[in-house]
Design a protein around this ligand. Structure first.
Ligand code: ADP
Length: 408
């Protein structure tokens, strides 16, 4: 067990590849890197960090296979690399967005898994094909090495039928598997585990609401360690208002706009995913920092956008308290959840009646308010608040690395 074990975690986007090499015994990150603009001729950017040393290069990379080769070249560079050769990599964990109904946990990849991944690709047309091509490239480069797929959807497969079905004709579920899948599963799972450790109560005894508030945002209701509902649905568009996504709206608005504005399905898709949310309402930015700044300077649309964003979170917290039949912990994570005391306070205001009391000093202070906390972890709830509110920086890569190690 004590032997040196290095796990490579890969996260392929449509034109990007994020990677981390982790020592799976110490869970130290040895290297992390990012390749962007894959497939844009002569324009790919590769940046990586080993220890304190940051490096970057500009390359021409046709596909994910070439991007992976560039990553491996950086890892094994004679000058300052962290591996001698590929044999030093014990296993590879791949983040895969969609596992459809096939996968309720991470799996070791074989031909059968690859076939199923191809089969569910239409459910995540922007994300899954990139992951699949990255998996194939990685298997070609390291045929002897265990490769694991860790899905964003897997954790939410436990959501019961009354919460995962949509009230559409049932044959559409059978034909296309139209149902709620949910996303950010590795993040919700990680922060829920950390929350249990931090409050010192076993996860199986807790009712948790986990708020992942990044550019994409979702909330999960977690009972006894199991996801029982989540705000994202068939796609990541449902649920909370996000940076550029609408979140849930009256579905009849879609057909109304198609008729009135003459928009095509793709144009509407683009409108609802890329031009709405904080960006659409404020007309300023999808970045909450910008919108909060604009509100400070008196911008009314910015204020409306921020108010809507907070209101939406509050509404889901209320729903999920009802779903869970009580609540022990709220965890906040990702860019907004970790860094915006203003949004945390707004979303959690007025909930004292339900046992949720935020301590303004703790919320804004970031001083050490928690025993055994890791960097960035702190308690936001006031002393005596029945529901504990915690900030826990997410770590999806660590979750993937742990699953990968467990499957070795
Ligand atoms: P992604 O979903 O792309 O991983 P992140 O989790 O990094 O996104 O979250 C990005 C968002 O976090 C940005 O839109 C930004 O508005 C928000 N954010 C980051 N830092 C702060 C901050 N200090 N205050 C408010 N919002 C912040």
């Amino acid at each position: 067990m004590g032997e040196d074990m290095k796990i490579l975690v890969l996260n392929a986007g449509s034109s990007s590849l994020k990677y981390q090499l982790m020592d799976s015994n110490t869970e130290d990150v040895l290297t992390q890197g990012l390749v962007e603009r894959i497939g844009v001729k002569g324009k790919a950017d590769h940046s990586w960090t080993i220890g304190d040393k940051k490096s970057s290069e500009n390359l021409s990379l046709a596909n994910h296979e070439e991007a992976l080769q560039a990553a491996i070249a950086a890892l094994s560079a004679e000058d300052g690399g962290v591996i001698q050769d590929l044999e030093d990599i014990s296993a590879v964990g791949h983040r895969v967005v969609h596992g459809g109904e096939y996968f309720s946990e991470s799996v070791a990849i074989d031909e059968d898994v690859l076939e199923k991944l191809d089969e569910v690709s239409p459910l995540a047309p922007l994300h899954n094909p990139a992951a699949v091509s990255c998996i194939r490239a990685s298997r070609a480069l390291m045929p002897e090495v265990t490769q694991v797929a860790a899905f964003d959807t897997a954790y939410h497969q436990s959501i019961p039928p009354e919460a995962h079905h949509y009230p559409l004709p049932h044959e559409l579920y059978e034909k296309y598997k139209v149902r709620r899948y949910g996303f950010h599963g590795n993040s919700h799972r990680y922060v829920a585990q950390r929350a249990a450790e931090l409050v010192g109560i076993p996860l199986r005894d807790l009712k948790i609401i986990s708020c992942h508030l990044g550019n994409g945002a979702s909330i999960a209701a977690i009972r006894n360690g199991v996801s029982v509902d989540t705000s994202m649905g068939f796609t990541p568009l449902e649920g909370l208002m996000m940076g550029t996504r609408t979140g849930s709206i009256d579905p009849a608005i879609v057909t109304f706009l198609m008729r009135e504005e003459g928009l095509s399905p793709d144009e509407l898709d683009n409108l609802m995913n890329k031009k709405s949310g904080l960006l659409g309402v404020s007309g300023i930015s999808s970045d909450l920092r910008d919108v909060l700044d604009a509100q400070e300077s008196g911008d009314e649309s910015a204020k409306l956008a921020n108010d809507m964003y907070a209101y939406c979170i509050k509404r889901f917290i209320g729903q999920y308290m009802a779903v869970l039949g009580g609540l022990d912990v709220i965890v906040m994570t990702a860019g907004v959840g970790e860094n915006s005391p203003v949004m945390r306070a707004a979303a959690l205001s007025g909930l004292e009646h339900w046992g949720i009391a935020v301590d303004p000093w703790r919320n804004f202070g970031r001083n050490k308010t928690i025993k055994n906390g890791l960097e960035g972890e702190f308690k936001v709830s006031a002393q005596g608040s029945r529901v504990k509110v915690l900030v826990v920086p997410t770590n999806e890569e660590l979750m993937i690395a742990r699953d990968t190690k467990a499957l070795l």
